[in-house]
Every structure is written in structure tokens, then in C-alpha cells.
Design a protein. Structure first.
Length: 469
């Protein structure tokens, strides 16, 4: 990743070019977003620096502004949700839910404040830990949950008194630009700025010397590049780098009783969820029943445009990701796996892939060891529980995992052995605004969510003074 200064002079100021935005349900261009130049990014970050002192000065003003921002997001919900579905592909009901979650996150962090702590250590000195904001923060967000993941970054950053420069994926820039306009109407000028563009805009933003914290959600290789770029100015980083979550089914599991929850834990948003179930481990004697139950649901789910009210599963978001899903599926089939449902692209326009359940999958197949991030789910049998836990922990990822069974105490004991940041029992991929969210191993660095997300955007400031006589 080049340093910002090394590339800044390579572009001549002028009219900002645009790039096309494609509707994944049709494969056709339906909009355009600005492709920001380096000099424009410099100016945006400069304005964010100038806005920072005023924004950090008064917590009460911030609370009022963020609550107003939540109201504004709700008022714009219809427009935001429809535009989100056009560019991302998810069913409209899920876009409405994402918009609502964006407003809820603003309200949650608006009411959250850091606590001053006094240290008593026996000396005649009063020591207090206070908290200060960092400065301009950069957020780089992916295309699977553009609004929700943006809010997960800007809500705590702004509540902490930072300003923010937010870059959405070039596959989904339009709803985020609209969100930026909605928020700009109620927030002070330059407190939050949305910038759009293709690479190397993200690299320039991450390595810009004016940025004090870079928060990124996306792939492991890009996350490493972001960390490398931020290191040039010793900026703090928070990286959420995806997962390959395993669901371990115990031998007392009620297969039909959990099948719906398990299916949607894997296939919501067309499987394009970092903490979705991406591998299922079932006891050998129940394996065929699990495959059949999931395949039945995969074959019957309504797939189509997210604007169709009957749709439950939309398209893959973009052509490169569709090619990736097709590649890992074809490799698994070539290695001896069998598609109990799906296994292929769907005919017609758009980026549609049939909901796929794979069985007889070699454990070394890429669809098991890597993150497929699409509507494809391998189901693998195990002989002993020890074998299942070892397999669940046997990848470089460690975001989430789940255990499914009737005996909850036993299931919890197994969940406690999973090497991940969050473990669920009899459900998966459910988070509250108040809890921490973090991965281990290749799944990330730092913590988002709850008070931990707020403190991740602050630095401690210690004041010592003699005790009053």
C-alpha cells in the first residue's frame, strides 16, 4: 500500500469522475457515484480536523445531535431502504430492518458516556482517569450491510467526540451517500463526511497522516493492507475481517425443530454475513436427516429481486463475488462433493446462485476451510464430539460459532471450547447493541459494540493533583 504523499501529486485537480453502480438483480447499471480525487480527500480530512474541536467540546450537544440524527434516519427510512435494495440486492424487508438498526445504534450511543474513574492507591494524591477523543476517524465499510456497518462505526466514534470520514464499498455507495445527506442536515458541518471512489481511495484514506483511527470491515488480505497503511502514521486500527463460523450439532438435537433457524443462520442476506453459519458439523447418524431438512428448505425458498415482496433470498451482490461462490462450489463438486440442493448459477439476468447444500464434502475443500460468503453451505459428518470441536476450531478464523442440542448445559460446555469471539446456543448471528463484538485469529483486531465500541474511540487522560489540605 503506497503512502498517501507518494500518490497525492499524481492526479491533476479537475472535475470529479464517476463510476457505475449496478443493480445485482438485473446486472444493469442504474446509478453513478463520484470517484474522489486525492486533493479532494485531503480537503475533506482538513475540514474534519477543523470541525473536531467544536464537536468534542460539549457532550450534551452531541447527545442532542445524535438523537436528532436517529429521528432523521427513521424519517428517511423508505427512501434509504429502497435504494439499499436496488444496489445491494437484499429483500426490502431486510433493508427496512437495516435502516431501523442504523437509527437504533445512533440512539444507543447518544446516551452512552465514558466514566471518569478515580484511583485510590494510598498516596496523598487525587488521580482521575478521564477520556478524550482521538480526532478524525476513517471508516471503510463493505457491501453486505452498508448502512448498519457504517452506523456501527460512526455512532460510537461521533458519540466519543471524534469526527469521521466514511468510505462505503464502490459496489454499494448510493444508500450511504443518501444517509450522509440525511445526517448532514442535522449534524454540524464536516462532522461526518461520506467519500466514494474506487481503489486506491481506501488505501489513501487508511494511510492518510490526518487520520487517527482506522476502522475497517472486510476481507483478511485487505485488512492486513489497511493495518499496514495505518501503521505509517501510527493510527489506531479496528479490523473486523470476517469469519468461517461453524455450527456443531449434538447427538440429542431435534433436527426438524432447529432446521429453520439453522437454515436462516446460514442463508440470511444470501449468505453474505460475516458471522453467518458457513459450516455445519452433524453427528454421523443424523447427518442424512440434517442434509435432507436443509436441502428441502433450500429448494423451496423464494429467490428473486429484493423489490418483489415474495422474495426471501436476493442475488449475490456483485459479479466478482458470484464468480467466487461458483468457483468454490465447482471445486468442491470436482473433489467429490454432492449438491443435495442447488450447486449452480440460476438462469437469467442478475447475479443469482441457487441456494446450495453440499454433502460428501472433503474437509480440505476450500468451501470448508475458507469463507465462501454466499448461498452455499457444506454439511459434514463427525464421529466423536472431540473430532467435531477440533474441526470447528481448525481454520484460521475465529469470529463466531454455535452449538445446537437439547441439553443446554452440555451445549454450553461445548460452546465454551470454541475458539471464537462469540458463541451461541441453539441460535446464531444474533447481537444486541450493548454487547461486545470481536473475533480472534484472522477474524480481526479490536472490539466493536456496546461500551467497548465507545472506549475504542477514546484515549485515557490522567490528571494528578494533591489532595486538598
Amino acid at each position: 500500500m503506497p503512502a498517501f504523499d507518494a500518490v497525492a501529486g499524481a492526479h491533476t485537480p479537475g472535475r470529479t469522475a464517476g463510476f457505475a453502480v449496478v443493480d445485482p438483480a438485473t446486472g444493469e447499471t442504474f446509478g453513478e457515484a463520484p470517484d474522489m480525487r486525492p486533493d479532494e480527500l485531503d480537503a475533506v480530512i482538513g475540514r474534519a480536523h477543523r470541525a473536531w474541536p467544536g464537536w468534542r467540546a460539549d457532550p450534551a450537544v452531541r447527545t442532542h445531535a445524535l438523537l436528532g440524527a436517529a429521528d432523521a434516519v427513521e424519517a428517511a427510512g423508505d427512501n434509504l431502504a429502497r435504494l439499499l435494495t436496488r444496489e445491494q440486492g437484499k429483500p426490502l424487508s431486510e433493508s427496512y430492518a437495516e435502516t431501523a438498526r442504523t437509527a437504533a445504534r445512533l440512539r444507543y450511543f447518544a446516551e452512552l458516556a465514558p466514566r471518569t474513574r478515580r484511583i485510590s492507591d494510598g498516596r496523598p494524591v487525587r488521580s482521575e482517569i478521564r477520556w478524550r477523543s482521538l480526532g478524525p476517524v476513517a471508516a471503510i465499510v463493505p457491501w453486505n450491510f452498508p448502512l448498519q456497518l457504517a452506523a456501527a462505526k460512526f455512532a460510537p466514534a461521533l458519540a466519543a467526540g471524534n469526527t469521521m470520514v466514511l468510505k462505503p464499498s464502490p459496489f454499494t455507495p448510493l444508500a450511504t451517500r443518501l444517509l450522509g445527506s440525511v445526517l448532514a442536515a442535522v449534524l454540524p458541518e464536516d462532522v461526518l463526511t461520506v467519500v466514494t471512489g474506487r481503489e486506491p481511495l481506501g488505501a489513501r484514506l487508511a494511510s492518510h497522516p490526518g487520520i487517527r483511527h482506522v476502522t475497517f470491515t472486510g476481507s483478511v488480505p485487505t485488512g492486513r493492507a489497511v493495518a499496514e497503511g495505518a501503521a505509517a502514521s501510527l493510527a489506531r486500527v479496528t479490523l473486523e475481517l470476517g469469519g468461517n463460523d461453524a455450527a456443531v450439532l449434538l447427538d440429542d438435537v431435534d433436527v426438524e425443530g432447529i432446521a429453520d433457524r439453522l437454515f436462516w443462520a446460514a442463508f440470511r442476506n444470501c449468505g453474505q454475513v460475516c458471522m453467518a453459519v458457513k459450516r455445519v458439523y452433524a453427528p454421523a447418524r443424523l447427518h442424512a436427516d440434517v442434509v435432507e431438512a436443509l436441502a428441502r428448505r433450500a429448494k423451496s425458498v423464494a429467490v428473486g429481486s429484493g423489490l418483489d415482496p415474495d422474495t426471501r433470498l436476493g442475488p449475490v451482490n456483485n459479479a466478482p463475488q458470484l464468480a467466487r461462490v461458483e468457483e468454490v462450489t465447482e471445486r468442491a463438486l470436482a473433489d467429490g462433493a454432492r449438491a443435495a440442493a442447488g450447486g449452480h448459477r440460476l438462469d437469467g439476468p442478475g447475479y443469482f446462485f441457487a441456494p446450495t447444500i453440499l454433502t460428501d464434502v472433503p474437509p480440505s475443500s476450500a468451501v470448508v476451510t475458507q469463507e465462501q460468503f454466499g448461498p452455499v453451505l457444506p454439511v459434514l459428518p463427525y464421529g466423536s464430539l472431540e473430532e467435531a470441536v477440533d474441526a470447528a476450531n481448525g481454520t484460521g478464523f475465529g469470529l463466531g460459532g454455535s452449538v445446537w442440542g437439547t441439553d443446554l448445559d452440555r451445549a454450553e460446555a461445548v460452546a465454551d471450547r470454541l475458539e471464537c469471539g462469540t458463541a451461541w446456543i441453539n441460535h446464531h448471528a444474533e447481537l444486541s447493541l450493548a454487547q461486545p463484538f470481536a473475533g480472534i485469529k484472522d477474524s480481526g483486531v479490536g472490539v466493536a459494540g456496546g461500551p467497548w465500541g465507545l472506549y475504542g474511540n477514546l484515549r485515557p487522560f490522567v490528571v494528578h493533583r494533591p489532595e486538598d489540605a
